[in-house]
Ligand binder design. Structure first.
Ligand code: PEP
Ligand code: MN
Length: 262
């Protein structure tokens, strides 16, 4: 179902009046984790001023250490919904387990993180929902495996899948992951689904987000996901790769030369 052989036109996904794919560019920005209601409200206001059209923020966080901040969970979603009510911006947030599905009823785009890309039971359940699914490529997964995971969702009836290249694990250690730029044109050739890039998790370094975001746009990405935090040094997760709202605004100004945002 994800293959272009059966669907030659680009799929355009529409969420609350915002389109992704087929020439419609999505900018998803926000903190790695929702940390408090004032924090997420403040960030939402600033990223929207810079032109972001989706708010991202983690409520359920897949952390390597069980002692690290695990996310505000139910309250995190509540605060994201507050931002949506206040600003009218669609929200994107990660799901980690089937039992949490009821909490995601009003979430506009449900993210499946890299670590759950092959959680097949979860993918099957998401195939029965109506919301678009943002499926991130696993840390050590091939493009073919990513597309087969999309099939798990689509074969259940939910054909609104957005794919995301967020860097893969290689022998290189200077960056958090290795941004697989070639995945963007490759997936777009094979599949009609929208493909976005996440330069924040690929690089793991705030100063590298700009060049990788530009590269993603040049390679034909249908959108980007960027982590933005009001106080990166004190972020509860992924501070090193998070941009300040001011820095995000600068990058957006530069990108607007190449992309048009509705
Ligand atoms: C995230 O988007 O905050 C995240 C955990 O991403 P990934 O699954 O790509 O590591
Ligand atoms: Mn993160």
């Amino acid at each position: 179902k994800a293959n272009r052989k059966f669907h030659t036109d680009d799929t355009i996904i529409e969420v609350r009046g915002q389109k992704i794919g087929g020439g419609h560019f999505a900018v998803m920005a926000g903190p790695c984790s929702v940390e408090s209601e004032p924090q997420i409200l403040e960030i939402t206001g600033s990223i929207m001023q810079s032109g972001a059209n989706f708010l991202r923020g983690g409520a359920f966080k897949p952390r390597t250490s069980p002692y690290a901040f695990q996310g505000l969970e139910r309250n995190g979603i509540k605060f994201l919904l507050e931002c949506k009510r206040e600003y009218g911006i669609p929200i994107v947030t990660e799901i980690m387990g089937i039992s949490d599905i009821p909490l995601f009823e009003d979430v506009d785009i449900i993210q499946v993180g890299a670590r759950n890309m092959q959680n097949f039971r979860l993918l099957k359940e998401l195939g029965h929902l109506k919301q678009p699914i943002l499926l991130k490529r696993g840390l050590a997964n091939t493009i073919e495996e990513l597309l087969m995971s999309a099939e798990y969702i689509m074969s259940g009836g939910n054909e609104n899948v957005i794919l995301c290249e967020r860097g893969i694990r290689t022998f290189e250690t200077y960056t958090r992951n290795t941004f697989d730029l070639s995945a963007i044109p490759m997936i777009k050739r094979i599949s009609h689904l929208p493909v976005i890039a996440d330069p924040s998790h690929a690089a793991g370094l705030d100063w590298m987000v700009e060049p990788l975001a530009k590269a993603a746009v040049a390679a034909g990405a249908d959108g980007i996901m960027i982590e933005v935090h009001n106080d990166p040094p004190h972020a509860l997760s992924d501070g090193k790769q998070s941009l300040t709202p001011a820095r995000f605004a600068e990058i957006m100004e530069k990108l607007k030369t190449y992309i048009s945002l509705e």
